[in-house]
Design a protein around this ligand. Structure first.
Ligand code: T3D
Length: 263
């Protein structure tokens, strides 16, 4: 399978559809796939025609994390795991959090290891009733990476994060919803339609403001209240300079739906 095929991409209605496409190995990441994913995010960030991203997996799984055949090849010196993380997972997570556009993840099946944490880094996670979230790392004597130790305690609290990371059990979609890990669940048949509907809504929304909200939330994870208040002031100033702000207020006054351009 060539690099190009491991990530399928198409742009429609200003939504960039990204499909992880190594179904025979449950869409686990090898280096070429990681590089292709990262490149896709970089291009999406720079392309004004992309106003929302929607990530899903081909076949029965979302993503089983690192391709373990690549991580520990038989009869060969294994690569330094820190290099894999530097080159594949850290750019992916930084890319998802750093892109100032909404990123939706449609989790169609199992999301394990780095695959689970890649999903959880997205802005909206819709999970099919066939989905499951597994912090599989401890099963192979590793620790959660791809932002797992950062996001999990913040999303679900330390007790549940510890349970997930130590035990590595499958968290089903309903439990994930109840714990506040994800946005919503839906039937497998409805996943594509529901996630696309959400993507259409977001792509037609004030995407510049969404990007600034994302920037503010990213900073709020480590800022003091004082720092955050100052940042809000700055970002609000930027939002208010945009055409969408004027359009939003005008539409309100004219009692009609706003037509946002994302600027
Ligand atoms: O270098 C580094 O390690 C650094 C980076 C670390 C980040 C990480 O993500 S570490 C965690 C890596 N992922 C895992 O440990 C998960 C391994 N997979 C599983 O535990 C199970 O496959 C699942 C629970 C995800 C799903 O189970 P099940 O029963 O539905 O499917 P299966 O039969 O196990 O897998 C189907 C096929 O996919 C199978 O191949 P086969 O027998 O049909 O030829 C299996 O080997 C392959 N597969 C699944 N996961 C991986 C994989 N092949 C390579 N790498 C995988 N991660």
């Amino acid at each position: 399978m060539s690099d190009g095929e491991s990530i399928l991409v198409h742009l429609e209605e200003q939504i960039l559809f990204i499909t992880l496409n190594r179904p025979d190995v449950l869409n686990s990441f090898n280096r070429p796939m990681g590089a292709s994913f990262h490149k896709t995010l970089e291009r999406a960030a720079a392309d004004p025609d992309v106003r929302c991203l929607l990530i899903t997996g081909a076949g029965r799984a979302f993503c089983a994390g690192q391709d373990l055949a690549e991580a520990l090849p038989p009869d060969q010196e294994p690569p330094d795991i820190r290099d894999i993380i530097r080159d594949t997972y850290n750019p992916a997570i930084r890319g998802i959090r750093g892109i100032e556009k909404p990123v939706i993840c449609a989790v169609n099946g199992v999301a394990a290891g780095a695959g689970a944490n890649l999903a959880l880094a997205c802005d909206f996670v819709l999970a099919s009733e066939k989905a499951g979230f597994i912090q599989a790392f401890s099963k192979i004597a590793l620790i959660p990476d791809s932002g797992g130790t950062f996001f999990l305690p913040r999303l679900v609290g330390l007790a549940r994060a510890t349970e997930m990371a130590f035990l590595g059990d499958r968290i089903g979609p309903q439990q994930a919803l109840d714990w506040g890990l994800i946005y919503r669940t839906c039937s497998p048949d409805d996943l594509t339609q529901e996630s696309t509907q959400l993507a259409r809504k977001l792509a037609a929304g004030p995407t510049r403001a969404y990007g600034l909200i994302k920037r503010a939330f990213n900073s709020s994870l480590s800022n003091t209240l004082d720092d955050q208040l100052e940042l809000e002031r700055e970002l609000q100033g930027m939002a208010a300079q945009g055409d969408d702000y004027r359009e939003g207020v005008t539409a309100f006054q004219e009692k009609r739906a706003a037509r946002f351009q994302g600027c």
